[in-house]
Design a protein around this ligand. Structure first.
Ligand code: ETK
Ligand code: ZN
Length: 257
C-alpha cells in the first residue's frame, strides 16, 4: 500500500489522492446550521467516568507536528449519551493564529478560537487501531475554546507544559488532573452527527458530539496555545484545522431545542 506520504493543511487537495476516505461523503468537520438541526429528546446527557486522575498518574504530552496530543489511560470511560461504551485514547487541540480563529467545526458559519477533541474508541474492539476502521469504532467529544476574562486552571495543566515540547517529536510528562474540567460542566446540550477523522486517513468511523457550551481561557493562555509549538517546517504550528466538509444529506441531531 501507499507509504504514509507527509500531508499538510496547505495541500488539502492531495489528501484524497493518497487517502481514499478523505474524498468520502461522511467527512468532518462540518458547519452546524442550528436551524436545520433535528431536536432529539432521546439523546441522553453525556456521562464521563474515571476522568479525575491523581497527580501521581503521569500522562504523555507530545508535539506530533500537527497538534499537541495528551495520551489518556483507557480507564476513562464514556458511559452516557452513546448506545455502546467507549474508552478514552487521547485528546488534542486545533487552533488558529494571532490573526484568526482555528476551530474545526463551525456553528452557523462562526469559527471559534480553538477546539478540543477527546478521542474515544468502542470497547468491543481491543485497541483504537482496530476500532478506527469500524463504523461504530470511534466517539469524539468536541468543545469550543474562546477568550474570556479569567485563567482556566484545567487548560493551564496542559498549556504550562507547551514550552517543553516546542519542537516536533518532543514529549513531556504531565501529572494527572481532572480531565473532565477541560469539557463543559453541562454535558446535556450538544450536537451529534456521524463523520470522520479530520486528518488523514479520514476514516468515516466517528460518532461526533459537539457541545453547545464553550470553554473560556484567558487571552494569555490562548496566545500561548497559538504561538508556542513549531511545525515540521520549523515554523509556528498554527491554523491546524481542516475546512468544513459537505454534509451530503447527513442530519445533525441536537439534544436541546
Ligand atoms: N481530529 S482527529 O481526531 O481526526 C485528529 C487530528 F485532526 C489530528 F491532526 C491528529 S495528529 C495527526 C495524526 C498523527 C500524526 C502523528 C502521530 C504520531 O507521530 O504519534 C499521531 C497522529 C490526530 F491524532 C487526530 N486524532 C487521531 C487520528 C489519528 C489516528 C487515530 C488515533 C486517534 C485519533
Ligand atoms: Zn481533532
Amino acid at each position: 500500500g501507499k507509504g504514509h506520504s507527509h500531508w499538510s493543511y496547505e495541500d488539502l487537495k492531495h489528501w484524497s489522492t493518497d487517502y481514499v476516505d478523505c474524498g468520502g461523503t461522511k467527512q468532518s468537520p462540518i458547519n452546524v446550521d442550528t436551524a436545520q438541526a433535528i431536536f432529539s429528546p432521546d439523546l441522553r446527557p453525556i456521562q464521563l467516568s474515571g476522568y479525575s486522575l491523581p497527580a501521581n498518574e503521569l500522562l504523555k504530552l507530545k508535539n506530533n507536528g500537527h497538534t499537541v496530543v495528551l495520551e489518556l489511560p483507557n480507564s476513562l470511560a464514556l458511559t452516557g449519551g452513546y448506545a455502546q461504551q467507549y474508552r478514552a485514547a487521547q485528546l488534542h487541540l486545533h487552533w488558529g493564529s494571532p490573526s484568526g480563529p482555528g476551530s474545526e467545526h463551525t456553528i452557523n458559519g462562526r469559527r471559534f478560537a480553538a477546539e478540543i477533541h477527546v478521542v474515544h474508541y468502542n470497547t468491543k474492539y481491543d485497541s483504537i487501531t482496530e476500532a478506527m476502521v469500524h463504523p461504530d469504532g470511534l466517539a469524539v467529544l468536541g468543545a469550543f475554546l474562546e477568550v474570556g476574562h479569567g485563567e482556566n486552571q484545567y487548560y493551564h495543566e496542559i498549556l504550562k507544559h507547551l514550552y517543553e515540547i516546542q519542537e516536533v517529536g518532543q514529549e513531556t510528562l504531565v501529572p494527572g488532573f481532572n480531565i473532565a474540567g477541560l469539557l463543559p460542566a453541562n454535558l446535556k446540550f450538544y450536537f451529534h452527527y456521524n463523520g470522520s477523522l479530520t486528518t488523514p486517513p479520514c476514516y468515516q468511523t466517528v460518532k461526533w458530539t459537539i457541545f453547545n457550551q464553550t470553554m473560556l481561557l484567558s487571552h494569555h493562555q490562548m496566545s500561548m496555545l497559538v504561538s508556542t509549538l513549531r511545525s515540521p517546517e520549523d515554523e509556528l504550528l498554527q491554523n491546524n484545522y481542516r475546512p468544513v466538509q459537505n454534509l451530503h444529506g447527513r442530519r445533525v441531531l441536537a439534544s436541546f431545542q
